[in-house]
Design a protein around this ligand. Sequence first.
Ligand code: R7I
Ligand code: MG
Ligand code: MG
Ligand code: MG
Length: 367
Amino acid sequence: MSKLLSRFQGSLVGAVLGDCIGAVYELGGEITLSEILNTIYSIEASGGTDNKGKQEEILYSYTDDTAMARSVAGSLIKHKGFQLKDMVKRFTSEYKSEPDRGYGGNVTTVFQLLDNPELEDLYEPARKQFDGQGSFGNGGSMRIVPAALFSYNKDHSYVQTLTRQITEITHSHEQAIQGAILQCLAVHLALHADNTTPLDTDLFVDNLKTYMNKLEEEELKKPKVLTPTKKRTTRSSEKRDKPYCYKLDKIKEYLNQEKEVTVQELIDVLGNDISALGSVPAAVFSFLRSSKPMTGELKDRNSFEKTIIYAISLNGDTDTIATMAGAIAGAYYGIEAVPKSWQTCCEGVTDAIQYANQLEEFVSKSK
Ligand code: R7I
Ligand code: MG
Ligand code: MG
Ligand code: MG
């Protein structure tokens, strides 16, 4: 297998595994590392096959994160690029055929509005959400991984444009779009990073920050409608004005400090919720932290495994944080780092490999 194909497969399979295993704990309150490890041990003990070598049944099902990523992959492959009508059709048909995959509370309204042949502006339903603000949920970032693979030969501005086009179908809030761009760039960067030497985590964060800084600067320049009570103060604050840059700085700080950052501090500062701003930075951190040695129960696991388990241990929106972290980790380490037993226990892995193969074929031909 080519190195590129291994990384494409690793990324899409990593995303599926993060979703399937993370979904066991989504929004379920506090979970301990030991509880997560018990799930992992049972996956590894089952090994995916019974002792006669016959395939065992799937133990873990995927959720909306994977359902939507599959639509993104299928549409990009079919049309060799972004085709709005087709992607909308895939999102809505997928939702109608399996509405119980755990979709966000509001996005289902968008699907219902999109499922109307008379609708002219397909971006309108998303723009109408939350009194015209659009959703800031992480539904755009959780599904974006195939776009990073599709953009393998392209530059950052292509990644940005494609991500916006895909995200705005359901999420028009700038924070949701920027979160999806951050996630897509992280996977893109991981696919291109040299994985034969230890990862330079500072450089990885700096690269992401350069790009996010431009986006956040542009956003600040846009005229804002300010109510008298919301008047902008002259004092600038990175936390408020450039929240993604602020969190990327914190990520770098946590990676370099001597004392291990606590889960509680990560939750308080980076977040672990269903918003894009409150989840994409946590996913990026999970990947970066797991590239370095750990002590305790995760000590002897490989970095891909650590990424998934660590991401889930942050609690909160576990399927989504783990799917995003798994996509980045798989893109960096490749499919060889993904345990076979994990793959056979989760729904949608075989399809993820198919999509990865097709996307790799596409980018290899279109160099
Ligand atoms: O973003 P979305 O697709 O949800 C994805 C999440 C992931 O965790 C999945 O695994 C799945 O469980 O759901 O769905 P949305 O409905 O657009 O957003 C999710 C939620 O974020 C909404 O139901 C709201 O609770 C909240 N939210 C907002 N609340 C107030 N104001 C999103 N945008 C806003 C807002 O502008
Ligand atoms: Mg989900
Ligand atoms: Mg849910
Ligand atoms: Mg989720």
